[in-house]
Design a protein around this ligand. Structure first.
Ligand SMILES: [Zn+2]
Length: 191
């Protein structure tokens, strides 16, 4: 099967100084210390953290920023618009939003009370909980199919917070809740 390539329309402009980054910086640094976000042996960064800003927009750690121990304003992007079918987002920031930002977008769209999404990689959690905790169908990440598979799980399980195992995305785990703290605690509760 052919998959549509991810397309990011990017405006290279620092995110607003009015966005308070303290909480997301702290939790992101914590997840890095736990190696739930980081850099794989090939030097590719993995994982991303986001916070809802408005109904349709969210703040997200930028593509390939997982290698930095501490994040600054330049390391975040705001996703302003997204299109699941076209596998495309519009964003601004001094960094781009990654292809995985659509996995965050679908969570915000699926459930209005969700304000934070954390995507980590954990071989331990993935192997232990695949098909035991809510699990997506086996579809490749960074595709519209993955976004729709996530939406299906949230709707079917009527989830407002929790953990989803991303089958088809080796080690991929998605956690979410009304706050960043709630989302992270969903991971810590099963580790
Ligand atoms: Zn991932």
């Amino acid at each position: 099967m052919e998959y549509i390539k991810f397309n990011c329309t990017w405006e290279e402009k620092l995110i607003s100084e009015e966005i308070d980054l303290e909480e997301i910086n702290n939790w992101t640094a914590y997840l890095k210390r736990e190696l739930l976000l980081g850099v794989d042996p090939e030097g590719v960064g993995y994982g991303n953290v986001s916070l809802r800003q408005t109904d349709k927009t969210f703040l997200i750690t930028g593509s390939q920023t997982a290698k930095y121990p501490d994040l600054e304003r330049k390391d975040y992007a705001i996703v302003e618009k997204y299109d699941f079918i076209a596998n495309a987002v519009h964003c601004h920031g001094l960094t781009k939003a990654s292809a995985e930002s659509l996995s965050h977008a679908i969570v915000y769209q699926a459930e209005k009370s969700i304000n934070a999404v954390v995507h980590v990689h954990s071989n331990h959690l993935w192997e232990k909980f695949i098909d035991k905790l809510p699990t997506t169908e086996e579809v490749p990440y960074g595709t519209p199919e993955m976004a729709f598979a996530i939406q299906k799980v949230i709707k079917e399980e009527n989830m407002k917070s929790g953990l989803i195992i991303m089958a088809g995305h080796q080690d991929g785990v998605l956690a979410f809740g009304a706050s960043l703290k709630e989302a992270v605690l969903k991971i810590l509760a099963v580790i």
